[in-house]
Structures are given as structure tokens and as C-alpha cells.
Write a protein that binds this ligand. Sequence first.
Ligand SMILES: [Zn+2]
Ligand SMILES: [Zn+2]
Length: 236
Amino acid sequence: MLDLLDVHTHTIASVHAYSTLREMITAAKEKGLSLIGISDHGPKMPGAFHEFYFCNFKVIQRDAYGIDLVMGVELNILDFSGSTDLRQDLLDRMDYAIASLHDPCIRPGTREQNTCALINAMKNPKVKIIGHPDNPYYPVDFDALAQAAKENKVLLECNNSSYTPGGSRQGSRELAGELLQACQKHGTMVILGSDAHIDLDVGNHTHAQELIKKYQFPEELVINSQPERFKTWIKD
Ligand SMILES: [Zn+2]
Ligand SMILES: [Zn+2]
């Protein structure tokens, strides 16, 4: 499968990540990607930068690096009504946002509550991707999630880091089939994301690709081969 983009990546601005913006961009170019997105953690993640970090993306020249560059954030969902940790006026200045459930920021609820949290987060027009929705720590109703994602024009992520043996969201691999099945049923688009916390991992979708293949998920529902479509998608 043609895989030309990776928009779930972290720089040293996430504090528990180890490469600079330039190093991440260089790695993406070396790997032959045509689009890279930087999505550092929102301010409620312990150690993450102050919201000031997110208010000055205008100085980052998107067309200066010889590769398409988009600047976003991985928001922390804070409650079951889908509130997130950046002010809307800051969000509105960004190219895109991923919204995710992270254990330092929200305790798991019931399946229904977790599903509500993700679906409500999708209602924010800046949220274009739900990060690692198949984390077993936050059980969700994949059918309802895939249907809502389709309706709200949000991509559901196959997060490579979640599927990596020894990674931090063990058990995700076992749930990926259910996620993909629901997406196929509703015609919901997915996106493969590396969740790279170091330059070497940029564009690494090895495990996610394996699962796409294993479950015979239709390639036309994976946006990674369509960078132009992704650019339009986030502007919509
Ligand atoms: Zn995350
Ligand atoms: Zn991440």
C-alpha cells in the first residue's frame, strides 16, 4: 500500500519525546513521505508545554522544507462531554487536531461514557482524527464510533505504537480487527499514524500495515495514500 503521510508525531515540545521539528521533517523526507504533521501533546499532559507553544505556529513556514508540513496538536480529552485542553481560538489557528484519551488526563469510564467522550470530541470542527481508539484501557463501542466518525468526517487512527510489542497500549492489536470491521461496515476512513516520539520512528507504520493486510481492510479507506485528499480533509 502506498503510504505517503504521517501526521501523528511528537517533538521535544512533548518533553517525553526526543527530536526537534527539523529532525522530524528531515526523517520524513528521508523516508520518502510527501506530508508530515507535527502533533505535540496538549498542555494538560504532565510536562507538556504551556499553551503559548501552540499560539505561534504562524512563524513556521509550511512550504520551506521541501515537503508538505502541517502543524497541529494531540489534544487530551478531559471529560465524557469531550472537552479538550486548548482554547478554541488557539485551535482555530492550527492546521488540524487529533483528540485522544490519555491516562494522566482522564480516568476510564464505562464503555458508553468512553464512547461519548470520543464522539463528543469529534463535534469540534478542528478535530480531524481520533488517536488510538482501540486502547483496551478505554473500552468503546466501535460500531457507534465508526458511524459517528463517518458522519462527522473524522478519521479513526490505526496507531502503530499501540500495536508494537512492549508498547504502552498493550491489547490494542487484539482490538484492531473490531475497529477495522466497524470502519469497513460504515465506510469510515482510517489513518495510519506512527505516534513517533523520535525521528527514527517517523513514518513507521509496520504493525498497522500488517493489520490492514490481515483483516483485508480496503485500501481506499486508508487516507495515507492520498496526501492531497488529506490536505482537503483538514480544511473542510
Ligand atoms: Zn496519544
Ligand atoms: Zn501521540
